[in-house]
Design a protein around this ligand. Structure first.
Ligand code: C5J
Length: 222
């Protein structure tokens, strides 16, 4: 079986059953004036990974493998937004409020969209998710099953929130999970480091981590 060089040990690649999941590379988390910035975060940390995320997406497209994108967002009537989520964060700009890029984290609003450099192309699945995990209240599980997917590569933001939550959901559902190290980021560098340690500890208890180069080479040559 082909392998991808990874930590804590080589990732056993199933070339015909692997997909890329790009988590929440949305303007609201990456641009000044968006939700992430309104919470006091340095969003330049997020924009810095865009070239690496792009390289990974292009590697999957070139290999003819599925690319799935997620967006954290809610319905315009807020019916899928629990008050406990709406009331946390910055009281000056809550989810659903009108901000500089439209209503914050609402489906269809400009700020909710995926960064143009990483935009999905025709045929790629886009999952709108109301939670941190991409399996909760979405059709992701059924879609993966219908495509025969058994392994997932993860990129996107933020490492310790939506990426790690989705990896844990996937791990519990039986998927082998591989995190692309330079294609994920946190607003807090120490949280990214800690999340990677938590994921890979105890013999890949949640999953593996590998470089973008190792992943792209692995899928190209398998
Ligand atoms: C957050 C996310 N951090 N995509 N969302 O609220 O990680």
């Amino acid at each position: 079986m082909p392998e991808i060089k990874a930590d804590p040990f080589a990732f056993p690649l199933k070339r015909d059953a692997i997909a890329l999941v790009v988590i929440d590379m949305q303007r609201d988390f990456a641009e000044p004036g968006g939700f992430g910035a309104s919470l006091g975060n340095d969003v330049s940390r997020i924009t810095r990974i865009v070239p690496d995320v792009k390289r990974l997406i292009e590697g999957f497209r070139a290999a003819g493998l599925p690319v799935i994108h997620t967006m954290e967002c809610h319905r315009p009537d807020l019916s899928d937004l629990p008050p406990a989520k709406r009331n946390r964060g910055n009281p000056a700009l809550k989810i659903g409020d009108e901000g500089p890029m439209g209503r914050v984290l609402i489906s269809g609003e400009p700020g909710t969209g995926i960064l143009p450099e990483l935009a999905p192309i025709n045929g790629e699945v886009v999952i709108e998710k109301p939670g941190k995990g991409a399996f909760y209240a979405t059709p992701l599980g059924e879609i993966l099953k219908s495509k025969g997917i058994e392994q997932l590569v993860f990129a996107g933001v933020t490492t310790e929130v939506c990426v790690q939550t989705t990896m844990r959901e996937a791990n519990d559902r039986g998927y082998e999970c591989l995190l692309a190290e330079e294609a994920t980021e946190s607003y807090f560098p120490e949280f990214k480091t800690a999340a990677i340690s938590m994921i890979t500890a105890q013999g890949a208890i949640v999953g593996w981590v590998a470089s973008v180069d190792a992943i792209v080479e692995g899928i190209a040559h398998a």
